[in-house]
Write a protein that binds this ligand. Structure first.
Ligand SMILES: [Zn+2]
Length: 115
């Protein structure tokens, strides 16, 4: 299915993008490029920035995990199967949420439980 090839490529590109971002964040947080400033007020700002960066990094890592799982699902030929009920996940849904492993119905059920 050419659609799947396209989705796979987009997932791989997204993974690459996220991995570069995580690398950049790690470099930044570890002060590879610039030493911590001597001024304590500036240090406080820098630490705050680091926290934001770390949160961004963690969100990126989460997404990378999801993408990896989706790519494994493609390899195993179960990309279109809902992990929950085994029904086929709608292609339109997968085009929007490429890393999802649930059909619309199960995702809605999950949302209902959470809320
Ligand atoms: Zn389902």
């Amino acid at each position: 299915m050419p659609e799947l090839t396209k989705i796979k490529k987009q997932l791989q590109q997204r993974q690459f993008q996220l991995e570069s971002r995580v690398t950049a964040i790690n470099d930044d947080v570890s002060h590879k490029n610039q030493p911590l400033s001597a001024d304590w007020a500036e240090q406080a700002v820098e630490r705050e920035n680091e926290e934001v960066l770390e949160a961004l990094g963690n969100a990126s890592l989460d997404e990378i995990q999801k993408i990896k799982r989706a790519l494994q699902r493609i390899e195993r030929g179960i990309y279109f199967e809902c992990d929950e009920c085994g029904e086929t996940i709608d292609i339109e849904r997968l085009k929007l949420l490429k890393a999802t492993d649930r059909c619309t119905k199960c995702a809605e059920k999950l949302e209902a439980i959470r809320n």
